[in-house]
Design a protein around this ligand. Structure first.
Ligand SMILES: C[S@@+](CC[C@H](N)C(=O)[O-])C[C@H]1O[C@@H](n2cnc3c(N)ncnc32)[C@H](O)[C@@H]1O
Length: 228
């Protein structure tokens, strides 16, 4: 299974290599931290229930930016099969090993970007796409979201959670600059606003059914949308 679409060229290849190096470097610690319940944020069980309520037991789901697969594996209990993808090779290795260890048979993982032009997947190939804390990290969020729209069948769903730092204090921009300079943040972190994410989701061909800020401290937004 693979993906096509999106822009190509040396700049993109260089950025992807840099991002992969960043995620590889922190992969083992990230995976260990993500396995702790508090890493998933407040009301996780309720958020998971609300998201998975749109799944049917036979649904094919794509989890974009799955990292070490903690959320992917939790979602697996509510759908037919789920495919987690991530640009971090070490994260994918960890996710595969952990799914095997837990005996979760309906989850697969692949090291690939959702907008990788070199791969191929049928348009409308998924019943749902999930994306947790990813869209603020890609170079062109609106184009990325449109690509996700192409992957979901009409009537299928998008579930997206995003830290909307653009709605928080303006102190975040310089703070992120420093954290990136220290090598502790990826090359791109957009300070998005919740309304901007909703507009992108709509522009990608979805009807927003529900949009909530579930963590006012971080501005973490949760969106559920249906492909028109
Ligand atoms: C903040 S982590 C979130 C991980 C996980 N979804 C969670 O909530 O625990 C962001 C993840 O997105 C991945 N990522 C960034 N750009 C990506 C892309 N273009 N395609 C796939 N994954 C990407 C990163 O490698 C990283 O693992």
């Amino acid at each position: 299974m693979g993906f096509r679409g999106g822009s190509n060229g040396p700049d993109k290849e260089l950025r992807m290599a840099t991002d992969e190096a960043f995620w590889d470097k922190i992969a083992d610690k990230y995976a260990a931290d993500s396995a702790k319940p508090k890493a998933k944020g407040p009301n996780y069980a309720a958020r998971l229930e609300r998201a998975s309520a749109v799944f049917s037991p036979s649904d094919a789901v794509l989890d974009v930016g799955c990292a070490s697969g903690e959320i992917t594996m939790d979602l697996a209990a509510h759908c037919g099969r789920i495919h987690g993808i991530d640009v971090g090779g070490r994260l994918i290795e960890i996710a595969r090993a952990e799914a095997k260890r837990r005996g979760i048979g309906n989850v697969t993982f692949e090291k690939i970007s959702a907008d990788d032009p070199a791969r191929d997947v049928p348009e409308g190939g998924f019943d749902a796409v999930t994306m947790y804390s990813v869209i603020h990290l890609v170079p062109e969020p609106a184009a990325f979201m449109r690509r996700l729209g192409e992957l979901v069948r009409p009537g299928g769903y998008l579930i997206s959670e995003t830290p909307c730092l653009g709605d928080r204090s303006s102190i975040w921009r310089p703070v992120i600059g420093v954290v990136r300079w220290l090598g502790k943040a990826p090359s791109i972190v957009h300070c998005l606003k919740a309304a901007e994410v909703e507009a992108m989701v709509a522009d990608a061909g979805f009807e927003v059914l529900d949009s909530q800020i579930y963590n006012p401290k971080s501005g973490q937004q949760s969106v559920i949308a249906r492909r028109v």
